[in-house]
Design a binder for this molecule. Structure first.
Ligand code: NDP
Length: 334
């Protein structure tokens, strides 16, 4: 099998030199184990954090170790009754063409109807959409009639936030993204009422016009200028769910100072809370699966994926995703 390992810790933006490809001989299967041929592997922003040697909510990757992460594949050899050959599975072994181990490390997946790609289990039917659902329902405690603003709106989490907010009865959904093509897609395909290209006009300047009635729920994927812009326009009793801060993941040195308008938390009686999916997954997974499967079957869920081909393209896919090359979920097809 071929796998991608961390060769050195990136400082600022990662480059190809930070990674190495290795070929490993897989041992024959023990009782209870399966061999899986990967169909899609996931590249996600949180992986950038794990490349640093800093304490976080998931342990850092080790130098010389495989880049772990989500992947979907099919069992090609099995010594476990629970996962016969041919079963579609989700696992977290990461950037490699094959995965092998005890069956407990793999989750069986239902085949999707109508030729929908199994990569959806990494995005709109998987981790990123569950993050969107969690942030809206558990953290921001979104209510019917709320005005919702989401940054990174054309990405994997963002495209799920807008649609779920709409399905949960938001009165207005506003998104921001980094290109004209993306903002057009948000209003035309994803049902956003307004979308802002933050590269064309500073978000702090553009948001008040897009949110004439203010904002009740802000779902933050970006941090920095976007968080500041949101704090400017939050309505009384508004809630901010801090999901990520991709604008600073590849910055070198000291992080920038926080928002200059934090006092609005007090003046407007706001609630701001950061979260990671891991803390909620037990509570939310069943409910999310039931709701999302239903909406999906009813044709209420749109999705986009940007698909790079081949294990060799994984590093490019990862870096390009953080630069905004993706619409919806970025995945690598093997
Ligand atoms: P995306 O699919 O949204 O891809 C990243 C996107 O970030 C790019 O496409 C780009 O879009 C945007 N971006 C990059 N730099 C900037 C910048 N300086 N300002 C504004 N936008 C920028 O990734 P995900 O949906 O997987 O993740 C989105 C966020 O959610 C991340 O912050 C991630 O860390 C977080 N996350 C958190 C989880 C949790 O448990 N808390 C779980 C999963 C994700 P554009 O062209 O619009 O700039």
């Amino acid at each position: 099998a071929r796998e991608i390992r961390l060769a050195s810790r990136p400082e600022g933006w990662p480059t190809a030199e930070n990674f190495e490809f290795a070929t490993v001989e897989l041992p024959s299967l023990n009782d209870g184990e399966v061999l899986v041929k990967n169909e899609f592997i996931s590249v996600d922003p949180y992986m950038r954090g794990r490349m640093n040697d800093t304490k976080s909510y998931v342990a850092p990757y080790e130098i010389g170790g495989r880049i772990e992460g989500g992947a979907v594949g099919r069992v090609v050899e099995s010594r476990a009754d629970s996962l016969p050959e041919g079963t579609l599975v989700l696992h977290y072994q990461g950037w490699a063409d094959y995965a092998q181990g005890p069956a407990q490390g793999f989750t069986a997946l239902a085949e999707l109807p109508g030729g929908a790609p199994s990569s959806l289990y990494l995005g709109m039917l998987g981790m990123t959409a569950m993050t969107a659902y969690t942030g809206l329902t558990r953290v921001a405690k979104m209510k019917e009639g709320d005005v919702v603003f989401v940054s990174g709106a054309a990405g994997a989490v963002g495209t799920a936030v807008g649609q779920i907010a709409r399905l949960l009865g938001a009165s207005r959904v506003i998104g921001s993204a980094g290109s004209e093509a993306k903002v057009n897609l948000l209003t035309e395909k994803y049902g956003y009422d307004a979308a802002i290209n933050y590269k064309q006009e500073p978000i702090r300047q553009a948001l008040p016009q897009a949110a004439p009635q203010g904002v009740d729920v802000y779902f933050d994927n970006v941090g920095g200028d976007h968080l500041e812009a949101a704090l400017d326009v939050m309505n009384r009793g508004g809630r901010l769910a801090l999901c990520g801060a991709i604008s600073v993941y590849n910055e070198k040195g000291q992080p920038a100072a926080g928002p200059d308008n934090m006092a609005n938390l007090i003046k407007q009686g706001l609630m701001m809370q950061g979260f990671t999916l891991g803390d909620y997954v037990q509570d939310v997974a069943g409910e999310f699966r039931e709701k999302m499967t239903g909406w999906f079957a009813e044709g209420k869920i749109a999705y986009d994926e940007t698909v790079y081909e081949g294990l060799d393209s994984t590093i490019d896919a990862f870096i390009d995703m953080m630069k905004g090359a993706n619409t919806g979920k970025m995945v690598v097809k093997l």
